[in-house]
Design a binder for this molecule. Structure first.
Ligand code: UDX
Length: 432
């Protein structure tokens, strides 16, 4: 099929490239000319393992192209995906839909033959109604349908999550559309993906409810980890013990620092704002937001405790500063709270991240970025492991620190406490 993706961020670029890889002819549209010219050289503006090659292969095969010309994209496509950002409005739980509505206005100028307009961006319940109204101001109702097709891609695993989805969710108020979308996703359905159709508002809510539930699951095990630390229990035993129940499921039960990223924080707040609009109180989601926020400071205070509240002039190395491994994304990373706090307390902080230097910290004094793990760890009083990059999973601590007396705070439980105890290493972790 001939499709276009409007917006070439994580969602539009990964989905567009993967749709091309399924044999479709895909045009990715962005108004950022710098981004478009980089993409035309098959250079991905986002850090996503495997994406560069996939872009290169499909661009060369002429299944994938990039343009800033939205008129051409709309005219040449049967299906138009809206994949622009829907950030949280500063200081509120509300979702900023200005980019989505601007795209709706823009495409309505060029619809001359029947089109399917698909919101793939995460949009609050009833956004599809508003898009339909905006386009309907300019275009005959029989010439378009607006449907919802949320994505469930994780950063760092996005290509895999696209190619092997648990389910494909299509929300439409016009049953005719489901066949067309089933055809588009046929290669994935053949490999076992469940195709699930619902109302347009139903699909819009599924996305928020999905992310809010995953955030709830993580926050639950994080709070259980707090209890385990006080009761001298291993939280990983609890994760396995409860996760083995098929009704609970073992994934997303890894205790760690507060969850971050561009989605869980945004979508939990977005869901609360949707519920407020429908005068419904989502007390559990509200407490998840609060608990996760508090966790950032809780773990930062734990660092003070580990160093007997003597942080001044201590050399602290932070390994991994992004919100999780296999991404360069700093959005809502707990390191953005941890590092400034340690510096404020007088510590000398060094960080290393496999995805490179982070401009988020450029204003911080007493903070150094080292290009290698070995250089970052040399002479540290405390090593904090903040993300679960593979590179952090088998460190010979004594060899890299080259000091007799240092401590390790493993916020991702990458190591076995009894192993490290045998090697007389002072090791702290989460919920163990
Ligand atoms: C999430 C959803 O998983 C994805 O389906 C949706 O489309 C976008 O939002 P993402 O934010 O990329 O994906 O990352 P994810 O792997 O879900 O991790 C989110 C946060 O939860 C990270 O900070 C991660 O470290 C944390 N996490 C995840 C845990 O602390 N424990 C876990 O067991 C899993």
């Amino acid at each position: 099929m001939k499709i276009c993706m409007i917006g070439t961020g994580y969602v539009g670029l990964v989905s567009g490239t993967c749709f091309a890889d399924l044999g479709n002819k895909v045009l990715c549209v962005d108004k950022d000319l710098k981004k478009i010219s980089k993409l035309k050289k098959a250079i991905s503006p986002i850090y996503e393992p495997g994406l560069d090659d996939l872009i290169k292969n499909n661009f060369r095969a002429k299944r994938l192209d990039f343009t800033d010309n939205i008129e051409k994209a709309v005219k040449d496509s049967q299906i138009i995906f809206i994949c622009v950002g829907t950030p949280t409005k500063k200081g509120s739980n509300l979702v900023d839909l200005s980019q989505v509505y601007n795209v709706a206005k823009a495409i309505s100028k060029y619809i001359k033959t029947y089109k399917v307009i698909v919101t793939k961006s995460t949009v609050p319940v009833t956004t599809g109604d508003e898009i339909e109204r905006i386009i309907g101001n300019k275009v005959k109702r029989s010439l378009f349908d607006v449907i919802s097709n949320p994505e469930f891609l994780r950063e760092g695993e996005a290509i895999r999550d696209f190619k092997y989805p648990d389910r494909i969710v299509i929300g439409s108020n016009n049953k005719k559309i489901f066949k067309k979308m089933e055809l588009l996703y046929e290669p994935l359905i053949k490999k076992g993906a469940k195709f699930f159709s619902t109302s347009r508002k139903g699909a819009e809510l599924i996305k928020y409810a999905s992310n809010a539930f995953l955030a709830t699951k993580i926050t639950f095990i994080n709070e259980i980890a707090n209890l385990c630390e006080e009761a001298d229990i291993n939280v990983e035993d609890i994760s396995v013990g409860i996760g083995s129940d098929a009704r609970i499921g073992s994934r997303f039960l890894r205790a760690g620092p507060a969850y971050g990223g561009s989605c869980f924080p945004k979508d939990t707040k977005g869901l609360v704002s949707i519920a407020d609009k429908f005068k419904t109180n989502l007390s559990i989601v509200k407490s998840v937001i609060k608990s996760n926020h508090n966790r950032k400071m809780l773990l930062t205070k734990k660092v003070s405790k580990i160093l007997n509240n003597k942080l001044k002039n201590k050399k602290i190395t932070v390994l991994g500063v992004t919100f999780k491994a296999n991404t360069d994304d700093m959005r809502e990373s707990s390191a953005l709270v941890l590092i400034p706090y340690l510096i404020k307390k007088g510590a000398k902080v060094t960080y290393y991240d496999p995805s490179g230097y982070k401009s988020d910290f450029k204003k911080n004094k007493n903070l150094k970025f080292e290009k290698t793990l070995i250089k970052a760890c040399l002479g540290a009083d405390l090593i904090i492991i903040n993300t679960e990059w593979d590179e952090f999973k088998s460190i010979d601590f004594r060899k890299v620190v080259k000091k007799s007396n240092f401590k390790i705070y493993d916020m991702r439980n990458l190591y076995n406490p009894s192993e490290l105890k045998k090697r007389n290493l002072k090791y702290y972790s989460i919920g163990r």
